[in-house]
Write a protein that binds this ligand. Structure first.
Ligand code: CP3
Length: 351
């Protein structure tokens, strides 16, 4: 296999022969080979054992030939390294305890030497990079400060985000103190991943969209922008993914990121009009389109690709993570379709 840097080239808007594709949560439960590993090892063990993390990172690359690999880990390793207890309950998702509710809970979080408690991630990055051998770029990642704070304060996935919203409106300074600490932790964590060998990073702001639009800047976007500008000297592309529509994505338009991730609720054409002159865009197929028929998948893929036509500056992805019960065949169909249609669109450029 030749070296494949379509993902990096598209981010820097260099000409590409087709649109690169990878998908969020590409290593996960929809893959039978992932479930085989999980029969023997629990999720945290896979994250913390570089050989296992390497194996599952490579599984979707082997099966589908995606144009980027993403480090296998989880955003919640940062709260654990800061001192919370982390568990993943089968079918119920993550638990962090004790919840961060009071000033003293924030003060107790231990950022000193946090890199040493996350060194297994650096070890995994080195091992994955060695296996990829420069053939496919490796993406590192972190949760955004606000998204991490939601899990740290709520302690588990929630519907109404009661505790973080209580803190937001009752003790905003406490939330700000936590977000500032998390921003430092995220920057240090991503620097560690870059030094270990990732060629790009993505920050997932999965829950910023629960904020009213006027509070997105002071409680989430400003920290995303601080992270992007602090990583700028490292010279690798930074992607900011926010989920919550164009009114949030638009608030990242003065960031130093290279690419903005667009969720599936947003019209890609509108996103391109607003952000496309400054940033590459990633996205944004509705993940549930993959439950659909092959014809519908094709039609929806075409809709996204046509926004960019023969231009570069687009990385194909879902508008959020793939769901665990998506048929694997539909993912193969997706990848083939993106390749076929985008190659045709890009061919036109050469005529
Ligand atoms: O994209 C990849 O393939 C890389 C790995 C990755 C995982 N989590 C593995 C994972 C990445 C990038 C994440 C990010 C993550 N984790 C986010 C942000 C992106 C998003 O999807 O919103 C969030 C909010 C989390 C927190 C988290 N991790 C939750 C809420 C859950 C439980 C829900 C669920 O899907 O089960 C997890 C578990 C998790 N993280 C799994 C995987 C493969 C499933 C664990 C298992 O094997 O049982």
């Amino acid at each position: 296999m030749e070296n494949n840097y379509l993902y990096i080239d598209a981010i820097y808007r260099k000409p590409v022969k087709r649109t690169p594709i990878w998908i969020m949560r590409q290593a996960g439960r929809y893959l039978p080979e992932y479930m085989k590993v999980r029969e023997k090892h629990d999720f945290i063990t896979v994250c913390k054992t570089p050989e296992l993390a390497t194996e599952v990172t490579l599984q979707p690359i082997r099966r589908f030939g995606f144009d980027a690999a993403i480090l296998f880990s989880d955003i919640l390793v940062i709260p654990e390294a800061l001192g919370q207890h982390l568990e993943f309950l089968e079918n119920h998702g993550p638990r962090l305890s004790p919840q961060i509710l009071l000033d003293e809970d924030v003060r107790k979080l231990n950022i000193e030497d946090i890199e040493s408690r996350l060194s297994y991630v650096g070890d995994a990055v080195k091992m994955i990079s060695t296996s990829l051998n420069g053939k496919t770029p490796l993406i590192g990642f972190s949760g955004s400060p606000f998204t991490l704070a939601t899990y740290m304060i709520e302690g588990k996935p929630t519907r109404n985000f009661k505790y973080i919203k209580q803190m937001l409106y009752h003790s905003p300074q406490r939330l700000t103190d936590l977000l500032e600490l998390l921003t430092e932790a995220v920057v240090r964590y991503l620097k560690m991943q870059i030094e270990a060998g990732v060629q790009a990073v993505q920050v997932f702001d999965t829950w910023g969209g629960i904020l009213p639009v006027h509070l997105y800047e002071p409680f989430s976007a400003r920290y995303l922008k601080e992270i992007a500008s602090k990583l700028k000297p490292y010279g690798i592309p930074v992607t900011l993914f926010s989920k919550g529509g164009i009114d949030l994505a638009r608030q990242l338009s003065d960031s130093e990121a290279s690419m903005i991730g667009i969720d599936w609720m947003t019209d890609m054409g509108e996103a391109r009009e607003i952000l496309g002159s400054k940033f590459a865009l990633q996205g944004n197929l509705d993940p549930t389109v993959l439950y659909g028929s092959k014809d519908i998948i094709r039609k929806e893929v075409n809709r996204v690709l046509e926004v960019f036509g023969n231009d570069s500056g687009h990385v194909f992805n879902l508008g959020h993570g793939i769901l665990p019960d998506i048929p694997v065949d539909n993912v193969s169909h997706l990848v083939e379709t993106v390749r076929e249609i985008s190659e045709k669109l890009h061919d036109k450029q050469a005529d």
